[in-house]
Design a protein around this ligand. Sequence first.
Ligand code: NIG
Length: 422
Amino acid sequence: MTTTLLTGISELWTFDPALEEPGERGAADGQVLHDAAVVIDGDRIAWTGPAAQAPDADERHDLGGRAVLPGWVDSHSHLVFAGDRSAEFEARMAGESYAAGGIQVTTDATRAASDEALRALVLARIAEARRGGTTCLETKTGYGLTLEQEKRAAQLLADLVAEGELDEATYLGAHLVPAEFDGRDGRPGADAYVDLAAGDMLQAVLPFVRWADVFCENGAFDVAQSRRVLEAAREAGLGLRVHGHQIERSGGVTVACDLQAASVDHLNAMTGEDIEALAATAQRPVVPTGDGLLDAQHGPTVATVLPACDLSTRAPLAPARELLDAGAHLAIASNCNPGTSYTSSMTFCVGTAVLQMRLSLAEAIRAATRGGALALRRSDVGHLGVGARADLHVLDAPAAIHLAYRPGMPLTHRVLRAGTAV
Ligand code: NIG
């Protein structure tokens, strides 16, 4: 295996798990090194430390005084879609509110797309995310909403995971009750769709995904319906994720905490009680499974905030500061999708979290790396400790604070995923 020594690193944010105490939500002593070096052995981190003490390696690269972070871990995206919703966005900017029903527009376009077209669209979106420094990416089904279409999307995601293009695949059959189940003119109603999503549809996607998610929201699925789908998925062995409290205080936080979901995402309509409930799960131990993963069905429920979505829907920002202050685990994700957040830029999300959500730089970077990894129950990514996957984001800046100091600027110099240049 070829070893490579990277020098010329002004700041190296390792977030090395070996150096931190429980309860750390920023960067612990020793997790940010100055004038540092990294040795990569194949696809893994082999050594980090002061440049003056760096061991020799087969190859050497000088990064020219740049800051280096773990690659972003984006734990929430919806990349399997066709069609365009820019008119809906424009209407929103003119005063309309976001409603779950827009999902049907994307569902119609996605169903009409060929397998080849859909694959090409997803691959192009993954490439775009990679160029912005995202090296670990989750994405979901959820714009098919028939058994065949959800299976097609799940199979596409499983293929991309097997090909090393993608990291995590999620089943989101319970994204919206599709039009053909609207209960009118003798057509089946929402409960019949929930039967399908928790029954045959779930069984059809099971071989292809590690996660199940539901949109627990007014206009999508209520608490009882969400619980049915999630309980069936848990029973079938999947890890759980929840879209909750995006538009209203839907009850998604309670369901997620009760069922040991790995993550509950959005969190715009929150009370102190909801924040405390999430913080109370932070003490739940994680269970390593020995392959760089953690058991998907146990551990804390990570509070995942989606700053780009909050801006794009003009929603009140999720209370990231309050969640951290209460002791909850926090992740930042892009929620890239055509309806509420058409960006995969984690750099933009992190800058926004510092500028608008009042997080420190260390808290925001951590939430977009270690936090995302915990939300995906992975120990191999989100940090640059020895043995981690060699996922590096080299900034075109001497210090990571430029992420917030220079918003909107192209700050990605180079990205390595599993030791290979993207
Ligand atoms: O996470 N909220 C539900 N799902 C997506 C939006 C889907 C859409 O409007 O197409 C989200 O924001």
